[in-house]
Design a protein around this ligand. Sequence first.
Ligand code: Z5A
Length: 206
Amino acid sequence: MSKFITLEGIEGVGKTSNLQFIENLLQEAGHSCVVTREPGGTELGEALRNILLHHQGEAMSADAELLMMFAARAEHLDKVILPALKAGKMVLCDRFTEATYAYQGCGRQLGEEKIAQLETWVQGDLRPNLTIVLDAPIDVGRSRAGRRSAPDRIEKEKDDFFQRVRDCYRQLAQRYPHRIALVDASLPLEQVQTQIKRVLLDYEIL
Ligand code: Z5A
């Protein structure tokens, strides 16, 4: 049966590192899997991602940022996510609407009302079956991410922004425990993956 699984967390917590691990577990369990990401996952979505992460010059308004996230999401749902779910596949997505609540709602302090309206408009009643939030203190994520490349437009935000983002993810997990699970991502990778496997079993994904 198709399931929609998303992976969330602040930068550097290990989303990319753990996507492959989850995909392997799903495949071993006999599932056909589509792995994708947001913003992105389609031609238009990747073009919007490039603007969202690398726009320079005149500052982007928070509303424009929010609307572009949802424009990319509408395209992603239409071209990739819904067709895959309809075909009975598992969809594994690096970030989805919980990221919008965390980054635009809390990080940019837009609040949740506008996001909830857009969520209903663009998604109807579709919500991920399971969202795994990889949780770690912001200095852990930052130091891991810092080992790689130059920061993009959003990564250049200050610590208080990322603290609000992390706090928001933790609150979402408390509010929706039936579909959002928190994993301690500050631990070594092997221990993080043990927790992820446990979550997949507990939420009857595997
Ligand atoms: N965004 C938004 O604002 N609103 C939205 O609605 C959506 C997105 C959908 C793009 O996200 C940006 O879009 C993001 C939020 C915003 N901006 N920020 N910040 P992204 O997911 O593409 O980029 P990212 O969050 O910056 O991800 P990342 O930096 O690629 O981090 P990651 O994938 O979570 O980490 P990683 O690459 O797997 O790991 C980082 C390093 O740590 C790497 O060297 C690993 O080997 C190492 N690592 C991983 N796990 C461990 C453990 N457990 N121990 C030790 N070392 C580890």
